[in-house]
Design a binder for this molecule. Structure first.
Ligand code: COA
Length: 163
């Protein structure tokens, strides 16, 4: 008989059961991830994704965290000239938040871009997420601005070839 593990029993001891990987645009995993993004990032603001917005994501690097066949964490990276990458749509399923999964997801994405000789990662961080990115070594830059109706700061981290 298959054991059913309630989500709340997941803790830092078995975070290794989460599999992080790069997925294909338009794959089944990507479609699941779009739904996760909608639930975590868009629905609370009364917003949707349009077909045109999603089409623009072709060519981006899509990264997921998967637990028992379910996508529970996601972000995408936009490659920008001069070895810079923009991180967007960082989302962890609500009942998996606060367990270190967001940290692992971002660290995994940093490994991916360091392999590609990245010089810099930056993002537009919601005010509420700034302490999370600061823990991961990102630093605020510029002025507070508004996007999707929420206050944001740009945050960045530089990489050197030695890292
Ligand atoms: C922000 C988010 C991605 C963080 O992922 P998470 O899995 O909950 O975060 P983690 O458990 O990996 O936290 C890593 C560290 O950041 C800290 N942290 C995370 N969120 C925090 C917050 N809102 N305030 C203060 N500290 C926070 C944790 O305490 C932890 O610190 P530690 O390593 O010293 O223990 C997740 O909570 C989420 O999806 N939030 C809703 C969507 C969102 O705001 N996305 C970001 C848009 S810019």
């Amino acid at each position: 008989m298959k054991a059913i593990v309630p989500f709340l029993e997941i803790n830092k001891m078995n975070i290794n059961n989460i599999q992080f990987q790069v997925i294909e645009f338009r794959s089944a995993e990507y479609r699941q991830a779009v739904y996760l993004r909608y639930k975590i990032l868009r629905q609370p603001l009364g917003l949707h994704f349009t077909k045109e917005q999603l089409e623009e994501e072709n060519g981006y690097i899509h990264i997921t965290g998967e637990f028992e066949g379910k996508i529970i964490a996601y972000l995408y990276l936009i490659p920008i000239p001069e070895n810079r990458y923009c991180m967007r749509q960082v989302a962890v399923q609500e009942d998996f938040q606060g367990l270190g999964i967001g940290r692992k997801l971002v660290e995994f994405s940093e490994l991916i871009i360091k392999e590609r000789h990245a010089a810099e990662m930056f993002m537009h961080a919601r005010l509420t997420a700034i302490p999370f990115y600061e823990k991961l070594g990102y630093v605020k830059s510029g002025e507070l601005f508004s996007a999707v109706g929420l206050p944001h700061f740009e945050m960045r981290k530089y990489f050197t070839e030695k890292e």
